[in-house]
Design a protein around this ligand. Structure first.
Ligand SMILES: Cc1cc2nc3c(=O)[nH]c(=O)nc-3n(C[C@H](O)[C@H](O)[C@H](O)COP(=O)(O)OP(=O)(O)OC[C@H]3O[C@@H](n4cnc5c(N)ncnc54)[C@H](O)[C@@H]3O)c2cc1C
Length: 505
């Protein structure tokens, strides 16, 4: 008999729980019995509607049809995030997915742009990306199959906005049809093995006891297994990411859905706007030290496009991460493993990368600590670099109209982030910290420049191109992109043609 894991229990049926259930059902095969326990009475966090492009890989891995997924979840498409008023009031830039311009030999495009911009030969950096040009014009399409490989239309990078509850239901159907057994009930007790402290079983309020070899803790902020039972510990990042509350409310849809998320800086945090087919999601993420809940609710409600569809729902969180995402025979995913904040839509991505990482470091029944340590080390790098990318948005600001922003502007930041900023400020250089770093050069470049960190000089190699050629090159790139954007249909028309939800309800 082999020593493969034969039983997995997933605790929690939010986005994390059902993503894990679907991926394991597809991968682990019939040798492994997968169960999921969730409690309708406790419910799910009920937010999490904006994503990054990686989710399409996850859906493709599950062989979920994209059009069907968008239809089922009332989804829309996302080319990037528009940040309003972050560097200073009145500023606006888009962090677009995909590439910028056209790299030449050893030179990333932004280096040529830097030189051209200083010479007055180039517009804003956002004028050279298909995503950041198309988004504010409300244009969208997926890459047509017949686009020539050299055309920017061949590589349109996009993510989704969706109704997270509907996504979880969709995945539930997927997982149950592949053998995952769901149990409705509240876990009252977690039972540990006396000899090594591994989790042995959970006991439901009904008295039912469920044993497993591997436990996936997707129980949300409470971290039922990873924290309440195993006392793993939590590393707080509130000194850098000071927002600790959010109010979320949907409003009526007014006008066509924008193909981007909007994040607008407010006096004590920021407000999100996420367009779906049938409604628009909104929320104010704020620091309770700087604003009362009532004031935050008033600000949120005063800044909606349409009529609110209910009262704002409060959420509380502490930014940071679990000290070990994997402890003994428990792997935590989603909010159970930590939460930074929703500014760059990274949480669902981290669920996905956690699932894929676990599958690639799948333990046997002896739970080799080498696998666990590698998993935890990778999670540490991934989360710290995302954390630093998020901190950048707060730190790189000239806003001084409120105590919150003055605190952010003046706060000391992690040394690694300071190094990244210093290097970029010098010659516009950036280096990704290996495979685990989620955001690459294009993301860092857009956010740094968008928030006013302009390199003093460009890379010396970018000065080799004669000025006349550089002018022509910049004009050529811009013209190609403009003609591509002109060829794109309105976002709403694309949805209507390919993936409109059956009922706008
Ligand atoms: C304000 C805010 C905005 C966000 N926006 C985004 C975004 O735009 N994009 C993004 O990627 N992420 C976002 N997130 C994060 C995202 O919401 C979560 O990562 C995602 O929903 C996963 O949540 P979860 O499944 O870990 O937890 P939950 O949804 O909280 O699910 C927990 C599950 O555990 C079950 N459970 C708990 N205790 C018990 C018990 N004792 N017995 C049985 N079952 C139990 C619950 O019933 C539930 O099924 C946001 C988060 C917040 C707070």
């Amino acid at each position: 008999m082999n020593d493969h894991i034969r039983t997995v229990l997933i605790v929690g049926g939010g986005t994390a729980g059902w993503m894990a259930a679907a991926a394991f059902a597809k991968t682990l095969g019939s040798d492994c019995a997968i169960r999921l326990v969730e409690s309708e009475e406790i419910g799910t966090v009920g937010v999490g509607e904006a994503t990054v492009p990686h989710l399409s890989y996850f859906n493709r891995f599950l062989e979920i049809d994209e059009a069907e997924f968008v239809r089922q979840t009332q989804g829309t498409f996302k080319l990037g995030i528009q940040f309003n008023d972050w560097g200073k009031p009145g500023d606006s830039y888009i962090h677009g997915f995909g590439s910028i311009g056209h790299d030449i030999a050893m030179q990333p495009f932004h280096q040529l742009w830097l030189r051209a911009h200083k010479l007055g030969l180039a517009g804003d950096i956002g004028d050279y990306s298909i995503n950041t040009l198309a988004a504010p014009r409300g244009r969208f399409m997926a890459s047509p199959r017949d686009a020539p490989p050299s055309s920017p239309l061949a590589n349109i990078a996009y993510a989704y906005h969706f109704d997270a509850g509907r996504y979880a239901r969709h995945l539930r159907g997927y997982a149950e049809s592949r053998g995952v057994r769901r149990t409705e009930g509240k876990i009252a007790q977690v039972l540990l093995r006396p000899d090594d402290g591994f989790v042995e079983a959970v006991q439901l309020e009904s008295g039912e006891r469920i044993e497993a070899e591997l436990f996936i803790d997707c129980s949300g902020f409470r971290g039922l297994l990873i924290e309440q039972a195993l006392h793993t510990g939590y590393e707080e990042w509130t000194q850098w990411l000071p927002c600790d509350r959010a109010l979320a409310v949907a409003c009526e849809k007014v006008g066509p859905p924008t193909p981007y998320t909007r994040c607008t800086a407010r006096d004590a945090g920021w407000q999100w706007r996420i367009p779906l087919q049938h409604r628009t999601g909104n929320g104010y993420v704020y620091a309770s030290q700087h604003i009362s809940d009532d004031e935050a609710a008033a600000t949120l409600l005063a800044n909606l496009d349409g009529k609110a569809l209910g009262d704002p729902r409060p959420l509380r969180f502490v930014t940071g991460r679990r000290r070990q995402a994997w402890n003994r025979n428990v792997v935590s995913l989603g909010l159970a493993s930590g939460f930074m904040e929703p500014l760059e839509s990274t949480s669902i991505y981290m669920i996905q990368s956690g699932i894929m990482r676990l599958l690639s470091l799948m333990p046997r029944r002896d739970f080799s600590p080498v696998l666990r340590d590698r998993y935890n080390a990778q999670v540490a790098v991934e989360s710290e670099r995302i954390r630093d990318f998020l901190i950048l948005h707060y730190k790189a600001t000239q806003r001084d109209g409120s105590a919150f922003w003055r605190q952010c502007r003046d706060m000391p930041i992690p040394a690694a982030l300071q190094d990244t900023i210093d290097l970029f400020r010098d010659t516009g250089s950036f280096f990704r910290e290996g495979f685990e770093e989620m955001f690459g050069l294009v993301s860092w470049v857009q956010v740094m420049i968008g928030q006013g960190i302009m390199p003093a000089r460009c890379h010396p190699l970018a000065e080799q191109m004669p000025e006349a050629d550089l002018r022509q090159f910049m004009q050529g790139v811009r013209q190609v992109l403009e003609s591509c954007v002109d060829a794109m249909p309105p976002h709403e028309a694309f949805i209507a043609r390919h993936c409109a939800a059956a009922m706008a309800a």
